[in-house]
Design a protein around this ligand. Structure first.
Ligand code: FEO
Ligand code: CA
Ligand code: CA
Ligand code: CA
Length: 637
C-alpha cells in the first residue's frame, strides 16, 4: 500500500513535517505513549523520582538515564508474544548539567559536583530490564515484576570471560584475577540473542578516565582509544577511573556484555572474544550453518566495521506448543508475573537450550572489514599468530589482539570508515545495513582521503551501506558492498546527497545511527545529528522508513521526531510489527542554542524543553516511547 499512487515504497503513512520544537511528533494515525522515564521506580522499594535530592541508592532502583538500545524479549521465552515481554534498555551516559539542580549557576560546575551526584551518575549508567504488558491497547509496566532489573556502573558485579579473561593487562588491585569488574559503561546500541539474552555494547568508555599517559604502560593502547579526554569528574571520587592510580581499569571496558534476564542471580558477562573497541551495537543473526554472527561498528571517525562468528552453533529454543485457545503463547502469566507453562517439560527444554548456548560467545573468530573499490568486501580474521598479529608487533597472545583490537585491525589493512554506528542484518533478505553517521575530517589535511565506500570529504551527513554476504553466508570471508543512500539535503549540490527522487522535502535525513528491521523485512533508521542539526538537516532527529527494495529503493519517509536537543534511539518492533518502541535520549542537550524556546527555572537550567513532564521543578527526562497505530495495524502499513 502507498500513501499516494506514485509512491513507490511499501510504506503507508503520511509524513510528519521537518521541524524542531519542544515535544515529539508521530505520523498522523499513530499514537506515541511515554512508557518509562529516567527516575521512574523500577525495583521493589524504589522511591518516587526526586530530582532535587540526587541519591545513588534511589537511582539504583529507578530507570536509568539516556536510554539508547531497546530490545524486546517476548514472554514466555521462545514465543512471539507481542503483548507481553521484557524491554531491555541501555543507559548510555548522563548529561550532568541537565540531571542536577544548581549546576548551571555554579562558577565551576565540575567542582560543584558532589560525591552523591557522581555516585548517582554511576548508578544511572548501565541498563534496565522492564517487564511490560499491553492492556486494552496501552502498554503498561508490570509492577514489582520479578524480571525487573538494573545493571549499573556503581555496584553491579560483572564477570569477564573469553580469551582475555584473567590476562595480566586486565588485573587491578580490586581484582587481582582479572575476571571480575564492577559495572558497564556507555552502552549504546546492542542486541538480543536467539536464546533471550541481552547484549550491551560498551562504546565511549574513554570519557570516564582521567590522568596522564606519560610513561604509562598502556600509552599506545589508551591513546588509540582517545584517552585522556575525561568528560566526567568520576576519577576525583573513584580511584579506579584515574589512569595512573589503576593503570589497567580502562582495559576492562570497551567490551560486549551479555546479560541473562532469566537468571537474575548470574552476573552479566563481558565476552572478550568479541574484541575491545567503541562497540556500537551487537545485532545477531543465525547463519545458515547454525553459527551465530554478531555485527558491530566501532564508532569513531576512521575506525572499522567488525563481525564475530561463533565457533559452535546455536541450540534453538523449543517452539512453544500449539495453543488450542488461539493465544499467541503457550503459557499463562499470573498476576505476579510468574509463567505457568502448559507443557510439563517446557521449562526443562528451555533450560537445556539456554545452558547449551551459555558460553557460545566465548569461542569464535572476530573479523574486520576491508571494503575495496570494486564493491568487494574482505573480512579479515583477527587471529593471534596470523599475518602481522605476532609478538614482533606486541601481540603475545590472542588476549593482546582483543585488548588492542583497533591496532590489530589497522595492521591487517581494514578500511577506515565514516563512524560506523548500528549494523543491522535483515533476516528476511539476508542483507546487512550499516549506518555510517558522519566524518567531518574525511579528506582534510592529515586525515584519510575519500574512498569508494566513504566518498565525501568533510562528510557531515553520513551514508547507509548495504552488505550482501557471498552466497547468503554471513560467516563467509567475502561480501559485496553498495551505498544505499548518501544522506543530507538532496536539493543542495554542495552536499552531494543521493536519494531516490521520490524522497520528499521532509523525508531525507542526516546522520543515520541506530536502525531496525521490521517483521516484513523493511528498514527503519534513527538519526543522531548531535549539535549539528541546524546545519545538517534543519530539523530534529527522528525515525525514518527507508525502502531498500524495488523501484522505491533509496526513498526515505519521516515517521517520528524527537523534542529539541534529543537524539533518536531504539528503535525496536514487537514480533507482530504492531508496536514500535523508540528511545528519546538527552532531550534539551544538543544544539539548543539555535532554538529560540529557551526556558529557565530557579532550580534547573532548561535550555529548550522540559519534555516529557513539562512540570516546574522537573528536568527534561530521557524516556522510552511506545508507538502504535490507532487502528491496531502494523506500523508503516
Ligand atoms: Fe552512542 Fe555511536 O552512538
Ligand atoms: Ca548510536
Ligand atoms: Ca539495531
Ligand atoms: Ca551517535
Amino acid at each position: 500500500a502507498s500513501s499516494s499512487p506514485d509512491d513507490p515504497t511499501r510504506f503507508d503513512f503520511p509524513e510528519i513535517p521537518r521541524g524542531v520544537d519542544a515535544t515529539h511528533h508521530v505520523a498522523p494515525g499513530y499514537s506515541a505513549q511515554v512508557l518509562i522515564r529516567w527516575g521512574d521506580p523500577l525495583l521493589p522499594g524504589a522511591p518516587p523520582f526526586d530530582p532535587q535530592r540526587p541519591s545513588a541508592a534511589a537511582q539504583r532502583r529507578q530507570f536509568g538515564y539516556n536510554n539508547d538500545f531497546i530490545g524486546y524479549i517476548p514472554l514466555p521465552l521462545g514465543s512471539s508474544n507481542s503483548e507481553h515481554g521484557l524491554l531491555c534498555v541501555n543507559h548510555e551516559y548522563t548529561n550532568t548539567g541537565l540531571m542536577f539542580p544548581g549546576l548551571a549557576d555554579a562558577e565551576d560546575p565540575a567542582a560543584a559536583l558532589t560525591r552523591a551526584m557522581v555516585d548517582t551518575e554511576l548508578a544511572a549508567h548501565g541498563g534496565s530490564v522492564v517487564e511490560i504488558h499491553k492492556v486494552g491497547g496501552q502498554w503498561r509496566l508490570v509492577p514489582d515484576s520479578r524480571f525487573n532489573r538494573r545493571i549499573d556502573a556503581l555496584t553491579t558485579p560483572i564477570r569477564i570471560a573469553g580469551p582475555a579473561a584473567g590476562h595480566p593487562r586486565l588485573r587491578t588491585r580490586a581484582d587481582p584475577t582479572g575476571s571480575r569488574v564492577i559495572g558497564t559503561l556507555n552502552n549504546c546500541a546492542g542486541g538480543i540473542t536467539p536464546w533471550g539474552t541481552y547484549l550491551m555494547a560498551e562504546e565511549n568508555f574513554h570519557l570516564y578516565f582521567a590522568g596522564s599517559l606519560d610513561e604509562h604502560p598502556e600509552q599506545r593502547n589508551y591513546a588509540r582509544c582517545g584517552m585522556p579526554a575525561p568528560r566526567y569528574a568520576w576519577a576525583e571520587h573513584h580511584r579506579r577511573f584515574d589512569l595512573n592510580a589503576e593503570p589497567n581499569e580502562a582495559n576492562r571496558f570497551g567490551w560486549i556484555v551479555e546479560m541473562d534476564p532469566f537468571d537474575p542471580d548470574a552476573p552479566p558477562v563481558k565476552r572478550t572474544a568479541l574484541g575491545r573497541f567503541k562497540h556500537e551495537g551487537a545485532e545477531c543473526i543465525v547463519n545458515g550453518d547454525g553459527r551465530l554472527v554478531i555485527y558491530s561498528g566501532d564508532d569513531q571517525r576512521f575506525e572499522y566495521l567488525y563481525k564475530f562468528v561463533t565457533e559452535g552453533t546455536v541450540t534453538p529454543l523449543p517452539e512453544p506448543p500449539a495453543d488450542p485457545t488461539g493465544q499467541t503463547f503457550a503459557g499463562r502469566i499470573d498476576a505476579a508475573g510468574q509463567v505457568h507453562f502448559r507443557e510439563q517439560d517446557m521449562h526443562r527444554r528451555i533450560a537445556e537450550a539456554r545452558a547449551a548456548n551459555r558460553d557460545l560467545l566465548d569461542s569464535g573468530t572476530l573479523y574486520v572489514a576491508r571494503l575495496d573499490a570494486d564493491g568487494g568486501v574482505q573480512w579479515l580474521p583477527l587471529v593471534h599468530g596470523q599475518g602481522p598479529l605476532t609478538a614482533e608487533n606486541g601481540f603475545n597472545a590472542q588476549a593482546d589482539v582483543l585488548i588492542e583490537t583497533r591496532r590489530a585491525a589497522t595492521l591487517l589493512g581494514a578500511t577506515p570508515m565514516d563512524r560506523p554506528e548500528d549494523v543491522e542484518p535483515n533476516p528476511v533478505t539476508g542483507k546487512v545495513y550499516v549506518s555510517l553517521t558522519n566524518n567531518k575530517h574525511r579528506g582534510k589535511d592529515g586525515y584519510a582521503d575519500i574512498d569508494a565506500a566513504n566518498p565525501r570529504a568533510e562528510n557531515l551527513w553520513g551514508q547507509v551501506l548495504e552488505l550482501t554476504p557471498t552466497d547468503g553466508d554471513h560467516a563467509a570471508d567475502t561480501a559485496r558492498w553498495d551505498l544505499l543512500v548518501r544522506a543530507g539535503d538532496p536539493t543542495d549540490p554542495a552536499v552531494g546527497a543521493h536519494w531516490n527522487p521520490a524522497t520528499t522535502e521532509h523525508g531525507w535525513f542526516a546522520c543515520p545511527d541506530n536502525c531496525a528491521v521490521d517483521p516484513a523485512g523493511r528498514l527503519w533508521i534513527a538519526t543522531d545529528q548531535g549539535g549539528g542539526w541546524p546545519v545538517t538537516s534543519g530539523g530534529a532527529d527522528g525515525v525514518y522508513a527507508l525502502e531498500t527494495e524495488g523501484p522505491g529503493r533509496g526513498t526515505a519517509r519521516a515517521f517520528f521526531r524527537v523534542p529539541v536537543g534529543a537524539e533518536m534511539c531504539g528503535p525496536r518492533f514487537t514480533p507482530d510489527g504492531r508496536t514500535l518502541f523508540v528511545a528519546v535520549q538527552h532531550p534539551a542537550a544538543d544544539g539548543t542554542e539555535a532554538y529560540p524556546g529557551f526556558e529557565r527555572s530557579s532550580t534547573f537550567e532548561y535550555p529548550a524543553t522540559r519534555w516529557p513532564d513539562f512540570a516546574d521543578g522537573i528536568p527534561p527526562r530521557p524516556s522510552v516511547v511506545a508507538i502504535t497505530r490507532d487502528d491496531g495495524g502494523e506500523i508503516g502499513g
